[in-house]
Design a protein around this ligand. Structure first.
Ligand code: E4P
Length: 217
């Protein structure tokens, strides 16, 4: 499973990328606004930090505008993936990007029917938003299971990118459901390393080790 970081914070990204465990990055207009930086500059900097796919989202609502913006974003670096909203205009743009060899991440997916259309349009990635579905009282993970079954039934190549991840459990459940990737906020990524029993066990081992008076080196 590929693990992406959902962030525009380049300091945090550098720190986590140094673990070698970050396969890519996703951004969205909210995260760009949060960075307070010029979008093209921040995307270019992120693309220098990670070799893997970096999603940069268009802001236009019409197909022609999305195509123009997407081409500009794709020119920033070879690892840019153009993020397109799951609308009729967005899927027409996705089909055209696919024909042009530009990678796409179709975002704001909340139903299996939408995911089916995105795959037929040639999307590289589909982003089902788990946490936002949970917020509405639905079971977001059901959507990942449904999309996995549909894509496997028809051998679609579109990769399932579990998004709107809120907890480590979301990550493991998405992995169990067969999602190809998950995009994870930095705080949740940090939490993946941790377990209270790991910390307690290590504390005990170190206390006992110090009693031996030994040194390995
Ligand atoms: C994914 O590409 C989105 O940027 C992100 O996962 C949205 O998450 P949120 O619902 O926590 O805003």
């Amino acid at each position: 499973m590929q693990l992406f970081l959902d962030t525009t914070d380049t300091a945090v990204l550098k720190d986590l990328a140094a673990t070698g465990l970050v396969d890519g990055v996703t951004t969205n207009p909210t995260l760009i606004a949060k960075s307070g930086r010029n979008m093209l500059e921040v995307i270019a900097e992120i693309c220098e930090i990670v070799e893997g796919p970096v999603s940069a989202e268009v802001a236009a609502m019409d197909t022609a505008g999305m195509l123009a913006e997407g081409q500009k974003l794709a020119a920033v670096a070879t690892n840019v993936v153009v993020k397109v909203p799951l609308t009729r205009a967005g899927l027409i743009a996705t089909r055209e990007f696919s024909a042009q060899g530009i990678q796409t991440n179709v975002t704001l997916c909340f139903s299996a029917a939408q995911a089916l259309l995105a795959a037929k349009a040639g999307a590289t990635y589909i982003s089902p938003f788990i946490g936002r579905l949970d917020d509405q009282g639905a079971v977001g993970m059901d959507l990942i299971n449904e999309i996995r079954a549909i894509y496997d039934n028809y051998d679609f190549d579109t990769e399932i990118l579990a998004a709107s991840i809120r907890t480590p459990k979301h990550v493991t459940e998405a992995a169990l459901a067969g999602a190809d990737c998950a995009t994870i906020p930095p705080a949740v990524f940090e939490a993946l390393f941790k377990h209270p029993l790991t910390e307690a066990g290590l504390q005990q081992f170190m206390a006992d080790w110090s009693k031996t008076g030994q040194s390995i080196l």
